[in-house]
Design a protein. Structure first.
Ligand SMILES: Nc1ncnc2c1ncn2[C@@H]1O[C@H](COP(=O)(O)OP(=O)(O)OP(=O)(O)O)[C@@H](O)[C@H]1O
Ligand SMILES: [Mg+2]
Length: 206
């Protein structure tokens, strides 16, 4: 089982949105996926309560706890949503993570926070920034991508600011379950997340 963590202390940058888009996309691609919500705000848990479909599952799991039970249940991926903070469990969580994605909006405020985040992830085997809530047709994005690339890897897929993302969440869905550009972006991001985990989402699990 592979453990994918969404982390950044910066609030509102897109952790929960990216987590559910990737989890649903991977589930649609045939992976057995669960999500864990480590955020006391309960964004992902609330989304899951509104959801009709069972997959991906929502499981209770605490960083540091063994993963055998989840592996025994046949899970391929555990996608972990985290709070906008540096919680005490973070070192244990990062030690267990196979990959970490760090959503960043292309704004000076988010970019300012990126350097300390990159330093805190220096020991992670596989991590990348992912541009999130990107305004369409904005010059901000190229500059942000360049700045982030000087600090770490930047996902070649990004999520544009699109109404489909929050609209899907109303019914506990992900935009990747709709048709359109948001769905295409989410699929591309999930495919990239798979490569960070050493997998090919359109091929077989390793
Ligand atoms: N690509 C997007 N397009 C439009 N709206 C988005 C997009 N990504 C996120 N949002 C909206 O922005 C807000 C913050 O996103 P989200 O909850 O995913 O961030 P977060 O990092 O999990 O926040 P927190 O730090 O509070 O946990 C939400 O209202 C969400 O619906
Ligand atoms: Mg959140």
């Amino acid at each position: 089982m592979k453990l994918l963590v969404l982390h950044t202390p910066k609030g509102g940058s897109g952790k929960s949105t990216v987590a559910r888009e990737i989890a649903v996309a991977a589930s649609l691609a045939g992976r057995n996926v669960a999500m864990a919500d480590l955020d006391p705000q309960g964004t992902t848990a609330g989304w899951y309560r509104r959801r009709q479909a069972e997959a991906p599952a929502l499981v209770r799991w605490s960083p540091g706890a063994p993963l055998e039970a989840l592996e025994g249940a046949g899970l391929d991926w555990l996608v972990v949503d985290t709070p906008p903070a540096t919680p005490p469990f973070l070192p244990a969580l990062l030690a267990q993570a196979d990959a970490v994605l760090v959503p960043v909006r292309p704004t000076p405020d988010d970019l300012l926070a990126a350097a300390p985040i990159a330093r805190s992830l220096a020991r992670c085997p596989s991590w990348a920034f992912v541009l999130s809530q990107v305004p369409p047709r904005s010059r901000l994005t190229d500059g942000a991508a360049r700045q982030l690339a000087s600090l770490g890897r930047v996902a070649p897929a990004q999520l544009t600011f699109r109404a489909d993302f929050p609209a899907a969440a109303i019914t506990g869905q992900a935009a990747v379950e709709f048709t359109g550009k948001a769905a295409e972006e989410a699929r591309a991001l999930a495919a990239y997340a798979a490569t960070l985990l050493g997998e090919d989402l359109n091929g077989s699990a390793s």
